[in-house]
Design a binder for this molecule. Structure first.
Ligand code: FAD
Ligand code: NDP
Length: 447
């Protein structure tokens, strides 16, 4: 099966398996419009991969052949209008057709895409591999590439439900990342991160790492689809893990309709949006995140209701006190939302249920913020790396060092407290510097 075919099947598979759930949500509608970016990279992947098939591992990294500006323009328009899985698949098929007749190499588009390397050949060895392509991964890539370490990044193919570029590809305006005084669309920002990584020589594979063996040097990695092989597809002396996390959702009736149209999982990211100004808002959860987010939202809301499923908060004493004493906050114990309702465009109210009596009632609410925990993308590393009780990678405080020398973790995968683009980028920088120093000490001849 050619890569082009297998890529398309994987998109379809992902869609069927529900991993593309964000696609069917109204990202392209008020008040957010960045949803199409969720799949932004995929048509290009198919395009470039279809344009050139590779006979062996050593030429697995190929250069995209897209030079026709009208094709690029059409691609962009196609992406912006794709709000359903079938539209994406249709777009991908159309691009495949275009790609099959494209022939010239582009000196400007330096994206690197790869076919799956044949099994049982020498694995491709790098000094350092980065797994993940959010702000943490790309910041690490820029630093490592500028240090001449020739980093190789696996940006993922809908890994953990996200397109290459990570969580920010699922949002619209990012207004709290320094350097963009007017704000910037999440997808556009991640395109810029990617360009910068490539500019300094990072090789990016649009593939997911499906298995790792971190027990001995060099570390062994298997690309998705090749996990069954005895031989790894790739090896590296150092690995930076930047696979991110995803917010837990409740899958309420109405959630798909009002996701990012009233329902959000990040108050700090979305709380300042005009639709929430002077309106009643609800936060669900009873932990520190819920407390922090609820207090944060009081700056914008007419009132904040915190929905706690038990008769007590899980939050620390200090956070709980802050919450309970705030004049603009009411904590509703033994309460969960069971349905989100609105006018079809924006959330207007919630159906609440008393968890003890099971009685239901309706409450006006223009916003519902989930603060019920996150799931770090660490299943790949279970049993090899030290994880905390919630599955986050444990790092030595003040560094990105894990329990395995040469393996570093950055971004949301190791941070359950801040979970911001800028903090992820910051730890990505730290991981690159930690990795560089470690390689210098242990593999000085390769420097
Ligand atoms: P992520 O962004 O999570 O990216 C990880 C990437 O790694 C993903 O692309 C994933 O597919 C890939 N990956 C995972 N596993 C593998 C694998 N096995 N192989 C290869 N690749 C893999 N923060 C802000 O500062 N400001 C905001 O305005 C803001 N808005 C947000 C809006 C939304 C809707 C969401 C969900 C988050 C928002 N955030 C915001 C938070 C911010 O997006 C995250 O803190 C940040 O993206 C985390 O970066 P990261 O590099 O750790 O990983
Ligand atoms: P937690 O897991 O601590 O809390 C999750 C909360 O959501 C709990 O109250 C839980 O209820 C509730 N919950 C979970 N699932 C559901 C559901 N389906 N329906 C309704 N409620 C649900 O997550 P946090 O994100 O709050 O915190 C994660 C970690 O980060 C903690 O260690 C926390 O201390 C830390 N943190 C610290 C901060 C700070 O110090 N400023 C800020 C933010 C986080 P129940 O209690 O019944 O299980």
């Amino acid at each position: 099966m050619s890569f082009a075919t297998s890529a398309l099947s994987r998109i379809r598979l992902a869609a069927v398996s529900g991993r593309t759930r964000l696609l069917s949500t109204p990202w392209n509608r008020l008040p957010y419009s960045g949803g199409a970016a969720t799949f932004g990279a995929i048509p290009s992947v198919i395009h470039s991969a279809a344009a050139k098939e590779e006979p062996n591992r050593d030429s697995t990294t190929v250069t995209s052949t897209s030079t026709d500006p009208s094709t690029d323009h059409k691609d962009k328009k196609r992406r912006m209008s794709s709000s359903s899985t079938s539209a994406i698949i249709a777009s991908a098929s159309a691009i495949l057709t275009t790609a099959s007749i494209a022939s010239s190499s582009s000196p400007t588009d330096t994206r690197h895409f790869s076919t799956m390397p044949p099994v049982a050949q020498e694995p491709h060895h790098s000094k350092v591999v980065i797994i993940g392509s959010g702000p943490a991964g790309h910041t690490a890539a820029v630093y490592l590439a500028r240090a001449n370490l020739k980093p190789v990044m696996f940006e993922g193919m809908m890994a953990n439900g996200f397109a290459p570029g990570g969580q920010l590809t699922t949002t619209t305006d990012v207004e709290n990342y320094p350097g963009f005084p007017e704000g910037i669309m999440g997808g556009e920002m991640m395109d810029k991160f990617r360009e910068q990584s490539i500019r300094f020589g990072t090789v990016i594979h649009t593939e997911t790492i499906g298995k790792v063996d971190l027990t001995s040097q060099p570390f062994k990695l298997w690309r998705e689809g090749q996990e069954g092989s005895e031989h790894p597809t790739d090896t590296a002396n150092s690995v930076i893990i930047a696979t991110g996390a995803s917010a837990k959702r409740m899958n309420l009736p109405g959630e798909e309709t009002y996701w990012q149209a009233g329902i959000s999982a990040c108050a700090v990211c979305d709380g300042a949006v005009p639709i929430f100004r002077n309106k009643p808002l609800a936060v669900v959860g009873g932990g520190d995140s819920a407390a922090e987010e609820a207090v944060y939202l009081t700056k914008y809301a007419s009132h904040v209701y915190v929905l706690v499923r038990r008769d007590k908060l899980r939050a620390s004493k200090v956070m709980a006190n802050r919450l309970l004493s705030h004049p603009k906050v009411t904590v509703l114990f033994n309460t969960v939302p069971v349905e989100a309702k609105g006018d079809g465009k924006l959330l207007k109210s919630l159906v609440l249920q008393d968890t003890v009596t099971k009685e239901t009632r309706t409450m006006d609410a223009n916003g519902l913020f989930y603060a019920i925990g996150h799931i770090p993308a660490t299943s790949l590393f279970k049993g090899q790396l030290d994880l905390d009780e919630d599955g986050y990678i444990k790092t030595i405080p003040g560094s990105t060092l894990t329990n395995i020398p040469g393996v570093f973790a950055a971004g949301d995968v190791q941070d359950k407290r801040y979970r911001q683009a800028v903090t992820s980028a910051g730890t990505g920088c730290m991981a690159a510097l930690d990795s560089e120093r470690w390689l210098e000490e242990h593999y000085p001849d390769q420097h």
